[in-house]
Design a protein around this ligand. Structure first.
Ligand code: VGL
Ligand code: ZN
Length: 199
């Protein structure tokens, strides 16, 4: 990673973990790996963002509203909390998305900071040009965020050991990874990111 890099942890919330409303298979297994990544970025003084899916109870995103999903990550509920094992380092930048009841809002480029700034403005303010992306789920939030970032001219590294997919249809996560790579994403893992150091 170089100056201008940032880590974005996508939606590591209870409802996406085993036993909760929209469980991603092995979703909780990203937690210890992401803790290592965030420590690494924090030690190097690089920004760490955590996004959260943050829906109103009535949304076109949910089955009752015509969407694909069981109710999950409703604002203020336990299911919407970050996984209790996820360490949020000092200075963590939290962004929220999915608040518009008429949109799925998968991408973090549709997310806002607490002060109302959108994600891209926040990245620009911090001089971020390269995003390292991990979290849940590979085939939705991660994919949409990565593709949006590439379209907007950011370099993107997909942290392959820190993502898991919903796989609503088996193979969706693999297909999503292929799409991200074809669109220009690099793929890396913890050992390699550690060895890269800061260039
Ligand atoms: C997500 C399904 C529904 C995600 C959000 O964050 O990947 N997936 N809502
Ligand atoms: Zn959602």
């Amino acid at each position: 990673m170089e100056r201008g890099s940032a880590l974005i942890i996508e939606d590591v919330q209870n409802d996406f973990c085993p036993g909760w409303n929209l469980a991603v298979p092995d979703g909780d297994q990203v937690v210890p790996v992401l803790n290592r990544y965030s420590e690494l970025f924090r030690m190097r003084g690089l920004p760490v963002y955590a996004s959260r899916d943050w829906h109103p109870l009535n949304s076109c995103h949910f089955k009752a509203g015509g969407g694909a999903w069981p109710v999950h990550c409703v604002q203020g509920t336990d299911g919407a909390r970050f996984h209790p094992g996820l360490r949020l380092p000092d200075g963590i930048l939290i962004i929220s998305k999915g608040m518009d009841p008429e949109k799925d809002g998968y991408s973090s480029f549709e997310a806002f900071m607490e002060n109302g700034d959108d994600f891209q403005s926040s990245l620009r303010q911090r001089g971020v040009r390269h995003l390292y992306v991990g979290g849940l789920a590979t085939d939705y939030c991660v994919k949409n965020t990565v593709l949006d970032a590439l379209r907007r001219g950011f370099a993107v590294t997909l942290l392959i050991d820190a993502v898991r997919g919903v796989d609503l249809t088996p193979g969706d996560a693999e297909t999503a990874i292929r799409e991200m790579v074809e669109a220009g994403a690099q793929v890396s893992c913890l050992n390699r990111v550690v060895e890269e150091g800061v260039r």
